[in-house]
Write a protein that binds this ligand. Structure first.
Ligand SMILES: [Ca+2]
Ligand SMILES: [Ca+2]
Length: 149
């Protein structure tokens, strides 16, 4: 009987993963420490996950709600080619942007501005809106992973 309540519904992200939050078919980790974009990316990978890819309005809403006004790295960078934003999992940036064109902009007003010609990594900022900042900036980060089998 206990087996039937092994926690799948209470802890959909796994019984040993209380720090992972379930939303819309995926599991999310909101870090408690700040680090650079590169280290954040590596730390997500160590946990068999990746920096969050925001590819829907629902996901953006969840992230906005959850991060409030704290800054969290997401898996978006233009370090390969200035101004050409790429999601780390290969999700097409222009496609996601087309999807959301009729919705409120995700970038904070005036962003991305590549300030100092040195802002190639994106984080959520005020009210969950996005900003580009230098990649060695230290802030919190969001990892995501599929539901465990
Ligand atoms: Ca840039
Ligand atoms: Ca900026």
């Amino acid at each position: 009987v206990v087996e039937a309540f092994s926690g799948a519904s209470l802890f959909p992200c796994g019984p040993g993963s209380r720090e992972w939050e379930y939303f819309d078919g995926k599991c999310y980790y909101f870090s408690l420490t700040r680090t650079s974009w590169y280290k954040a990316k590596a730390q997500c990978e160590e946990m068999h996950s990746q920096l969050a890819v925001i590819n829907s309005y629902a996901k953006q809403s969840f992230v906005m709600f959850r991060t409030r006004n704290e800054r969290f790295w997401i898996g978006l960078t233009d370090e390969n080619s200035e101004g050409e934003w790429e999601w780390i999992d290969g999700t097409d940036y222009r496609t996601t942007f087309t999807l959301i064109l009729s919705l409120p902009r995700f970038w904070k007003e005036g962003e991305p501005n590549n300030s100092g010609n040195n802002e190639d990594c994106a984080h959520v900022w005020i009210s969950g809106k996005w900003n580009d900042v230098y990649c060695t900036y230290e802030c919190y980060y969001i990892c995501e992973k599929p539901l465990p089998n």
